[in-house]
Design a binder for this molecule. Structure first.
Ligand code: SF4
Ligand code: MSK
Length: 636
C-alpha cells in the first residue's frame, strides 16, 4: 500500500513501514481489507432495525423498493440518519453529565481531589443561568450551577427548553427554533424519543423524522455547551500557550504516557500526579522524567489548558505505539480504536482503560472514580514507569517530526486579546474588520479524520485557500489536531498563508496581546466538545449586530467527518443557521427526499444547510462564495 494516498501526515508516512515490517495491521490496512464497502450501507439504504431484516432497497429501482415491513427508502435513510444524531448527542451529553455530577459533588465537598480552578468563570456561568453569586461560597455556587445543569437531563415540561441552549444562542435563533418545535427540553428524553420513534412501526415520515433528529442534534449542542463551560470552571479556561504537535513530542529518555479520549476528569489529575512522580521515573532510568502527550480530544483538552504536547489525532492514534517508546496509553471515552490493546501487546506498552462502561479486550482496566482520582492516577503512572523498564531499545523509532503550535483560544481568550485593542468594547475591532472587509468572514473547522479521505489533507487544502481569501479560521477536535501537526497553528503559518488584510488584522491583535507577532493562522478552540466556544463568539457577534446567526458571514466545515458525534455537530450547525460543508458524502444519498431535506429544505427552515463537496479546492471556492453571498445580503 502506498501510505501517501491514505495520509498526508509525515509521521504516519514514516511509521507505517515500521508496522508493515512488524506484520501488524493498521487502520489503513484494515480499510483496504474492507474494500469494496457495501453500496447499500454507503447510500443509507440498509435497515437492521428489526430481526425480520436486514432489508435493503434497490437504488436502481429494479429490486425491492421497500423493506419487509413496508418501509421505503426515505423512511429507512431518515431513521438511520437520526439514530446517528441521537448517538452523537448521547455521547457528548454523557460526557457533560459526568462533569456536572462531579461538580455537584465538589459543591458538596465530597471530592477533595478536585477544585474550582476558575472561580471567575464559575461566577459568569452562574450569571448566565440566573444563579445568585453575591455573598456565597464558591462551593455553594458550584453546587447550584451543577444542579441546574442537571435539570437539562430531568425536566419533563416540554414547553420549557433546556437551560444551556437558552443561555447560549441569540434570541432570534431561539425564537425560530421554538417555532419549528425543535428546541430540546431534556437531553435524555430527546435521545430516548429518537430511539423510540425509529423503532419498527413508528414514525415513517422522513420530514418529521429529520426534524426530530434536529431536536436531538440541538440536544447534542446543549450537552457539549454545558460540558465545555463546567470543565472550564473545574479545570481552568484555556489561554494561549505555545506547545508542539506530532509524534516527535514522544521523548526517548522519558516515561511517555499518552492520554487518549475525551473526558478531562482523569487526564487532569494524571498531569498533576505525573509532575509529583518525576523523581520516581528518573530513579527508574528515565533522565527526562515523565512526559505526558495527548491524542485526540483528551489531547486537545490538556493541550489547551496546560500546553501538554499533542502526539497525534484520531486516525493515527495507533502510530504512537509503533515508536516503541510509548510506555502507557490511558484512555477514557470515545474515538479510541479497539485495535490499540492488540497492538500494545506486540510492544511493551501498557494499554489502560479507565471507564467501567468503556472496556476493551486485551486492555488492563483500572476503574476510575472521582473520589479516588489521585490514587488511581498514581497507580496508572506507576504502571507506565514499570513498563519503561521493559522497553526494547532496538525497537525504538521516534521520527523527529513536530511543529510549534499556539493553542488555547477559548472565546474568553479571544475576547481578552481583542480587549487589548479596545478595552471598552472588545468586539469592536472584530466587527470593524469584518464590516470593512479586512476579514472576509469566519470559518469553523470541526470534526474528525476518516479513511474516506487522505488524512488531514482536506483540512489543509481548504484552510490555505480560505486564509488566502482573508477568512478568519477557527478549529476544534481532530481538525485542530491536524492543523497543529501540520504547522498551521503558528505565526509562521500566518506569514506564509494569510491574505494581506487578514495578516494585518492578526498581526495587530497578536502584537497588542503580547504575542510579539501575529495570532496563529488558525485559532485552536479546543476538543470536539468545544465547538460551543465558537458558537459563543458567533452569538456575541450576532447580538452585537442585531442579526441572527444565519445572517453572519460564518460557515462551518467538517471536511473529514466520521463519527456519530460529528454528524450531530454538523446537524446542529445547520439548525443554528450555518452553511455547513461536509467533505465526506453522508450516508443519505439513497433518498432524494432526505438529501433534499438536509440541503435545500433545511435552508428554507433554518437558513443553514449541508453543502457536500469532497474536492477540497472546490469546497473552499464554494465556501468563499457563500461568505460573499452573506456579506452581500448584509450590505457589507
Ligand atoms: Fe426490514 Fe422494516 Fe425490519 Fe427495517 S424495520 S429491518 S425495513 S422489516
Ligand atoms: S476525537 S469525534 S475523531 S473530532 Fe473528538 Fe476526533 Fe471526531 Fe473523535
Amino acid at each position: 500500500m502506498d501510505i501517501k494516498i491514505r495520509s498526508s501526515d509525515p509521521a504516519v508516512i514514516a511509521l507505517c513501514p515500521v508496522a508493515e515490517q512488524e506484520g501488524i495491521a493498521t487502520v489503513f490496512d484494515r480499510y483496504e481489507m474492507q474494500q469494496p464497502q457495501c453500496g447499500f450501507g454507503t447510500l443509507g439504504l440498509c435497515c437492521r432495525i428489526c430481526w425480520k431484516g436486514p432489508c435493503r432497497v434497490d437504488p436502481f429501482g429494479d429490486g425491492p423498493q421497500a423493506g419487509i415491513c413496508g418501509a421505503g427508502k426515505d423512511t429507512i435513510v431518515a431513521r438511520n440518519l437520526i439514530r446517528m444524531m441521537a448517538a452523537g448527542a448521547a455521547a457528548h451529553s454523557e460526557h457533560g453529565r459526568h462533569i456536572a455530577l462531579a461538580m455537584q459533588r465538589v459543591g458538596k465537598g465530597e471530592l477533595p481531589d478536585y477544585h474550582i480552578r476558575d472561580e471567575e468563570k464559575l461566577k459568569s456561568i452562574a450569571g448566565r443561568l440566573d444563579i445568585a453569586v453575591a455573598d456565597r461560597t464558591i462551593t455553594d455556587i458550584a453546587y447550584d450551577v451543577a444542579t441546574k445543569t442537571l435539570e437539562d437531563y430531568q425536566n419533563q415540561d416540554s414547553k420549557v427548553p433546556c437551560h444551556w441552549i437558552s443561555a447560549s444562542l441569540p434570541a432570534k435563533r431561539l425564537s425560530l427554533l421554538g417555532k419549528l418545535g425543535v428546541l430540546p427540553h431534556n437531553i435524555d428524553a430527546t435521545v430516548a424519543q429518537i430511539m423510540s420513534r425509529t423503532h419498527i412501526g413508528c414514525d415513517a415520515d422522513p420530514e418529521n423524522l429529520v426534524l426530530g433528529g434536529m431536536r436531538g442534534a440541538l440536544a447534542d449542542f446543549n450537552g457539549m455547551a454545558l460540558a465545555t463551560e463546567l470543565s472550564d470552571a473545574m479545570f481552568g479556561t484555556p489561554k494561549p500557550v505555545v506547545t508542539q504537535a506530532n509524534i516527535g513530542v514522544i521523548k526517548k529518555q522519558a516515561v511517555n504516557i499518552a492520554v487518549n479520549g475525551h473526558n478531562p476528569l482523569l487526564s487532569e489529575v494524571i498531569c498533576d500526579i505525573a509532575s509529583e512522580m518525576n523523581s520516581i521515573a528518573r530513579d527508574a532510568g528515565a533522565s527526562e522524567g515523565i512526559n505526558i502527550v495527548g491524542i485526540c480530544c483528551t489531547g486537545n483538552e490538556v493541550m489547551m489548558r496546560h500546553g501538554i504536547p499533542l502526539a497525534t489525532n484520531y486516525l493515527s492514534q495507533e502510530m504512537a505505539i509503533f515508536t516503541g517508546a510509548l510506555d502507557a496509553m490511558v484512555v477514557d471515552v470515545q474515538c479510541i480504536m479497539p485495535s490499540l490493546p492488540q497492538i500494545s501487546e506486540c510492544y511493551h506498552t501498557e494499554f489502560i482503560t479507565t471507564m467501567d462502561e468503556n472496556k476493551m479486550p486485551g486492555a488492563r482496566h483500572v476503574s476510575f472514580h472521582e473520589d479516588k482520582a489521585r490514587e488511581t492516577a498514581r497507580k496508572i503512572v506507576q504502571y507506565a514507569i514499570d513498563a519503561y523498564g521493559r522497553r526494547d531499545a532496538k525497537r525504538i523509532n521516534i521520527p523527529d517530526i513536530k511543529q510549534t503550535a499556539i493553542v488555547g483560544f477559548s472565546s474568553e481568550a479571544v475576547m481578552a486579546a481583542l480587549a487589548t485593542l479596545n478595552a471598552a468594547d472588545p468586539l469592536a475591532p472584530l466587527v470593524e474588520n469584518i464590516v470593512n472587509g479586512n476579514i472576509l468572514g469566519v470559518a469553523l473547522f470541526a470534526g474528525c479524520n476518516s479513511t474516506r479521505a487522505i488524512q488531514d489533507e482536506n483540512f489543509q487544502v481548504i484552510a490555505k485557500i480560505l486564509a488566502r481569501n482573508n477568512v478568519l479560521l477557527l478549529a476544534t477536535g481532530c481538525g485542530a489536531g491536524a492543523f497543529a501537526k501540520h504547522g498551521l497553528m503558528n505565526q509562521q503559518a500566518t506569514e506564509a498563508w494569510a491574505g494581506d488584510s487578514l495578516k494585518a488584522v492578526l498581526t495587530a491583535i497578536g502584537v497588542s496581546a503580547g504575542l510579539e507577532g501575529p495570532l496563529p493562522l488558525i485559532l485552536h478552540m479546543g476538543s470536539c466538545v468545544d465547538n460551543s466556544r465558537a458558537v459563543q463568539l458567533a452569538t456575541a457577534l450576532a447580538d452585537r449586530l442585531n442579526v441572527d446567526l444565519s445572517d453572519l458571514p460564518l460557515v462551518a466545515s467538517a471536511p473529514e467527518a466520521m463519527s456519530e458525534k460529528a454528524i450531530a455537530i454538523a446537524s446542529w450547525s445547520v439548525a443554528i443557521g450555518l452553511p455547513t460543508h461536509l467533505g465526506i458524502v453522508p450516508q443519505v444519498t439513497g433518498s432524494a427526499v432526505v438529501t433534499d431535506l438536509i440541503t435545500e429544505g433545511a435552508k428554507d427552515l433554518f437558513g443553514g444547510y449541508f453543502l457536500v463537496e469532497s474536492d477540497p479546492a472546490l469546497a473552499a471556492e464554494k465556501l468563499v462564495a457563500v461568505i460573499r453571498e452573506k456579506r452581500h445580503a448584509l450590505g457589507i
